[in-house]
Ligand binder design. Structure first.
Ligand SMILES: [Zn+2]
Ligand SMILES: [Zn+2]
Length: 244
């Protein structure tokens, strides 16, 4: 078993609120520069830049998981992470089918789809920053059906955090873990955030700028840097665990 430094919540230039410099290639380069072993690309309600980041990760030697940060109809942000591009794109199709509205670039910003050669290959016209019509339970059920995991985002924050939005974490919501923002140190999460119960917590940068990548990260003890191993660490199984 080895230690792996993971930043599981990084936006790319596809997210309207992200910097244009967050191209798949530059994200991979910056992640390696700051010593990360594993990252996940999680744009708002879309995984269209995940494939480019995965291919660039293969080329440069960084493990990149495809994911997205989905906004539920309760206005809660939740990460859906996958171990391959196909299920991530299947999840994306499900999200798009329940995502109303069109982007207004003047209000929200551009949503750039880029390839691994740092070229712009398109712009996403959807209102990616908006809320889907999917409930948290819909999102978790579909993610699990596709073999993915769900981590409820920035649970310590007022905006789009589950505890602030709902007041509690529903008992029947099969989350795999929770994410705390950089405002709280991971070992202090349980005592500082009422209501997180026995959930495993990770922390991640939620980077919207290159310099934010790896600002905080989670160190896992895993056999290899895969989604299956992360799932085991979150469930505290077979010696896999979160170190810090
Ligand atoms: Zn968020
Ligand atoms: Zn985010």
């Amino acid at each position: 078993m080895k230690k792996f430094k993971a930043d599981l919540h990084i936006h790319s230039c596809l997210s309207p609120c992200s910097d244009w410099g967050m191209s798949p290639r530059k994200i991979v380069q910056q992640s390696l520069d700051v010593g990360l072993d594993l990252i996940a690309i999680c744009d708002h309600n879309s995984a269209e830049n995940a494939g480019a980041a995965m291919r660039e990760g293969d080329r440069q030697g960084l493990q990149v998981l495809p994911g997205m940060e989905i906004c539920s109809r309760e206005e809660v942000h939740i990460l859906a992470l996958f171990d391959a591009l196909d299920p991530a794109l299947e999840m994306q199709a499900y999200v798009y089918a329940h995502l109303p509205g069109e982007n207004n670039t003047k209000v929200f910003g551009f949503q750039v789809v880029a390839n691994e050669a740092d070229e712009v290959i398109g712009e996403n016209p959807r209102l990616l920053i908006g809320a889907t019509r999917l409930s948290l339970h819909d999102i978790v059920d579909k993610t699990h059906m596709l073999g993915g995991i769900n981590i409820s985002c920035h649970v310590d924050r007022p905006a789009y955090g589950i505890i602030n939005q709902l007041g509690f974490i529903p008992d029947d919501l099969a989350l795999d873990g929770l994410e705390v923002s950089y405002h709280i140190q991971l070992p202090q999460a349980a005592q500082n955030i009422p209501g997180i119960g026995d959930f495993s917590c990770v922390t991640a940068s939620d980077a919207h700028y290159l310099n934010d990548i790896g600002k905080v990260c989670t160190v896992f003890q895993l056999a290899e840097p895969t989604l299956a191993e992360i799932r085991m660490a979150l469930a505290r199984q077979k010696g896999r665990r979160i170190l810090i």
